[in-house]
Design a protein around this ligand. Structure first.
Ligand SMILES: NC(=O)c1ccc[n+]([C@@H]2O[C@H](COP(=O)([O-])OP(=O)(O)OC[C@H]3O[C@@H](n4cnc5c(N)ncnc54)[C@H](OP(=O)(O)O)[C@@H]3O)[C@@H](O)[C@H]2O)c1
Length: 231
């Protein structure tokens, strides 16, 4: 049975990916920071809930130790945060603002790369040797208009994770690193006006991985239909 390790697994796209991979017969390690409120309907024989706050280095180290010598076929970096409260700075809240800003980069950019590095021995033991990271079109220069400029922090963190995980494809060429833009999806982050359903997006991501992983070049950035994205 193939297996997948998914971060940000409690809600949104991550949760739907847990259900989708489990439905297709994969063993799923569903990593989230609030395991006690992981949805009951997503628990089952093939789903193991793992405590992981991607901002906590000790927690990452602990998970890597827990999984020592166990293969991981696919790592799916899904956990992410938007920048809605922290993309401007005023004098009174400079310290708080900069700390919030750093948190966006730590979550969206640094954590996916560090987790891939810490789980690299497990990926080497797996059969697929694949890391998939959810990035965003908001991290591309092609979309940099006035609206997106106001969300420069999120966009910059996603541009940076696209770079970081493309660089991972070069520093660890024996493991394939793929970046995916999921589209604008109806989740806590995407909001209620988003046109795409998270379950449908999760199924497309699953099919992309299952059917096209071998033909996707290492370091590629694609949308859920497999079309190559501009950076
Ligand atoms: N929705 C869209 O339109 C869209 C578009 C492009 C890209 N994306 C990307 O897709 C990914 C999933 O987002 P979503 O739309 O599904 O939004 P979401 O429902 O808000 O999910 C974000 C997930 O990230 C988790 N997370 C945040 N900080 C974490 C931390 N420190 N440790 C562990 N988990 C953490 C959250 O966990 P908690 O449950 O504990 O809060 C939550 O489960 C993100 O990377 C996002 O940037 C989304």
């Amino acid at each position: 049975m193939p297996n997948v390790f998914i971060t940000g697994a409690r809600t949104g796209i991550g949760l739907e990916l847990v259900k989708t991979f489990a439905d297709h017969g994969w063993y799923v390690r569903a990593a989230c920071r609030q395991t006690e409120v992981f949805p009951e309907d997503a628990k089952g024989g093939g789903v193991q809930v793992v405590a992981l706050d991607v901002l906590d280095p000790a927690n990452i180290e602990h998970v890597a130790a827990l999984l020592k010598d166990q293969p991981i076929d696919v790592l799916l970096n899904v956990a992410g945060v938007f920048d809605s409260v922290s993309n401007t700075v005023d004098d009174d809240t400079l310290l708080t603002s900069m700390s919030d800003m750093t948190r966006v980069f730590q979550t969206n950019t640094i954590a996916p790369r560090i987790i891939a590095e810490w789980l690299l021995p497990n990926l080497h033991l797996g059969t697929e040797r694949l890391v998939v990271t959810i990035s965003s079109v908001m991290g591309t220069f092609a979309t940099l208009d006035d609206y997106h400029a106001c969300h420069w922090l999120y966009g910059a963190s996603k541009a940076a994770v696209t770079y970081a995980m493309t660089a991972f494809a070069k520093t660890s060429p024996d493991v394939k690193s793929v970046l995916i833009h999921p589209g604008w999806v109806k989740t806590h982050m995407g909001g209620k006006d988003a046109p795409l359903d998270p379950a449908e997006v999760a199924e497309k991501i699953y099919l992309l991985i299952e059917n096209h992983k071998d033909r996707l070049p290492n370091g590629v950035f694609v949308d859920v239909d497999g079309s190559v994205m501009e950076r």
